[in-house]
Design a protein around this ligand. Sequence first.
Ligand code: MN
Ligand code: MN
Length: 293
Amino acid sequence: MSMDDRVYDAYREAGALARKVLRRGADLVKEGVSLLEMVETTEGMVIGEGAQLAFPLNVSLNEAAAHDTAMPGDERTFARGDLIKVDLGVHVDGYIADTAMTVDLGNHGPLVEASSAALDAAIAAVRPGVIAADLGAIIQSKIEEHGYKPVSNLTGHGLDRYDLHAKPMIPNIAMSGGAVLLEGMVFAIEPFATTGLGRVVEAPRVEIYKQVAARPTRLPSAKRILETARPRRGLPFSRRWVPGDRVDLGLSTLVRDGILHPFPVLHDIQGSFVSQAEHTLIVTADGCEVTTR
Ligand code: MN
Ligand code: MN
């Protein structure tokens, strides 16, 4: 077995597990269920299978598109009418599967269908020689066909070992230029459809961080945060994963000092609804292999 075979097998293993756990996690999303319990149960399934999380389970409600997860002691419960994006990242030896689906506790069927149909259409177009921007055009037209807007400032992305945001970037709208797809590339496609403005902005709340520099710190809570961050090897972690108190003081200090990068909750306008669908794939000689389907 060549090195490459081992790499692609790790991608496949991560993909099969992510697919299974995402479905089980999504099945837990029901009216009245605690968001914290759902998140911890789903994250626990990944660890229980002997794999690792590539990022904290993202559970983003309604107008939130991404980067929300359970807060420490989160008292939120899923409610009738909610539209819930569940986005799971699993890695095996650093090789990542990134996949998401939208659970509808209201009457958002056509909106859910829009992002899902856009994902299917983009996947069907993947083969060597295609321009990444062409996938953006397909995604945009599919979502607009359904009567919604794509979220223009969220994109799909290449995956590399312990790297969630490698090249190529896969836009969700028509663009000029961009990467040419090559056999062997691994990336995630993730269309977002919205009833809002089609652009997300950062909320004040931050639940997810990643370490971007290594510098000593004397603050006890910051030390605990860096102990949580270190085994992540640059992959994101949740505020909820850090033990002890004064965690927020440590986080803001480490962000100020350039040691942590924050990922604020991203949302479209209040009262809007955003849906998401995402798969990870490997480009093959004549198409692609979807690892998470
Ligand atoms: Mn994702
Ligand atoms: Mn992704």
